[in-house]
Design a protein around this ligand. Structure first.
Ligand SMILES: *Cc1c(COP(=O)(O)O)cnc(C)c1O
Length: 386
């Protein structure tokens, strides 16, 4: 079985489970993104909710990406990481007053607004603070993303965004609101999307929506098409970087930008997914009546995606080249959903083997919890372990 490139000698003595970030994979991914975006003059904001590990953020900041935040905490973390406020966008259906004020105080690039009441509150708070808030309307394009229903966000029945039917009344609001300036249109159709036709459908819908604004002579400075580009969870060794070329090309070819209009992206998973691995140890191999269980010291408190979305993570036994055997790979937490994989083939394992749960850089460490009073996993990078 092909395995990732891990410094297992250096892992000796480190308490498991822990996250390991290969910063060279991250740098390669960022270089690929920058090569593409420079060519097309696109702007990428890293979706902070995927990972805020300080070492990871430092590399992302150095590559020049902006930040896409969905909470005041993330806005603060982006600023603390040295990301310029002029590159910070702030989305989210439920922004609290203090979060909006934090954005205003720092003069962030743009608030992505998801409802009329939110627009009114931003205007009110901006007025109190003698500011004008730049806003983009998050429009629900009603484009299906062909992905897991928990992570599609662009359909009408979702809680996110403004529906097309409300658009006229939202536009009407701006006449009365003096402390908000409409500068952009924002879209985000879902996550882990690998079918480029979904993005193509989004482009076509954005073109239609733009016509509405052009007809009313409303100038829109930027279009933000969100994130959602998927990664290859099955074959991280063969596809360590997503196909950014095809992805950006779809927008280049199908989205009609107006003169001087800029195009923005909010990528999370595609940036950090493949650079992270959860390293765990086998505690016990338990023989069931019809199955074998590999019981790890990592559980859903360390990596919740399999329990939450039935997500697949490739699992590699780093200490064995023995014949492959079939296991249910499970964690120690007192919930049946604490299962990483069922009927999974990997090299024969025994107590003490190091197990790599691959492609865990996005929505991994950041979602860790202390349920069962477990410790939070620590994290190490390839730069630290040379
Ligand atoms: C989660 C999210 C993203 C990032 O999604 P990825 O699938 O990780 O690229 C971008 N924009 C918004 C508004 C989001 O909620």
């Amino acid at each position: 079985m092909l395995k990732g490139n891990f410094p297992i000698e250096k892992f000796k003595g480190i308490e498991t489970p822990f996250y390991y970030y290969d910063l060279n994979v991250l740098r390669q991914t960022l270089a690929t993104i920058n090569e593409q975006t420079e060519q097309h003059d696109f702007h990428v904001h890293f979706a902070m909710k995927a990972n805020v590990n300080p070492e990871v953020l430092r590399v992302i900041k150095e590559a020049g990406l902006g930040a896409d935040c969905v909470s005041g905490g993330e806005v603060q973390a982006a600023i603390d990481a040295g990301i310029s406020a002029s590159k910070i966008v702030f989305a989210g259906v439920g922004k609290a007053d203090w979060e909006i004020e934090l954005g205003l105080k720092n003069d962030i690039f743009c608030f992505n607004v998801e409802s009329i009441p939110e627009l009114q509150v931003i205007d009110e708070l901006a007025k109190q603070n003698n500011k004008t808030a730049n806003v983009a309307l998050r429009i629900n394009p009603n484009v299906s993303a062909n992905t897991h229903h928990y992570i599609t966000t662009g359909l009408n029945e979702n809680k996110f965004g403004i529906n097309m039917s409300e658009l006229e009344s939202v536009i009407g609001q701006f006449d009365g609101l003096k402390n908000v300036k409409l500068i952009g249109l924002h879209f985000h159709i879902g996550s882990q999307i690998t079918d480029m036709t979904s993005f193509q459908a989004l482009c076509i819908r954005v073109n239609e929506i733009q016509e509405l604004f052009i007809a009313q002579q409303i100038k829109i400075e930027h279009i933000n098409v969100g994130g959602g580009l998927g990664i290859n969870y099955e074959h991280p060794n063969h596809f360590p970087t997503p196909d950014f070329e095809s992805y950006f090309k779809v927008f280049k070819n199908h989205l009609t930008l107006q003169p001087n209009q800029t195009l923005h992206f909010e990528l999370g998973r595609a940036v950090v997914g493949q650079c992270g691995t959860l390293i765990s140890k086998v505690l016990y191999v338990k023989e069931g009546t019809s199955k074998k269980f590999a019981i790890l010291d990592a559980g859903f408190t360390d990596l919740i995606r399999p329990a939450l979305y039935q997500a697949y993570h490739r699992i590699e036994n780093l200490n064995s080249t023995g014949a492959e055997q079939v296991y249910d790979v499970v964690g120690p937490i007192c919930e049946s959903s604490d299962t990483f994989a069922k009927d999974y083939s990997m090299n024969a394992t025994q107590r003490g083997d190091l197990i790599a749960l691959r492609s865990a850089g996005a929505y991994g460490e950041i979602m860790a919890s202390q349920y069962n009073l477990r410790k939070l996993p620590k994290a190490y990078t390839s730069d630290q372990l040379i």
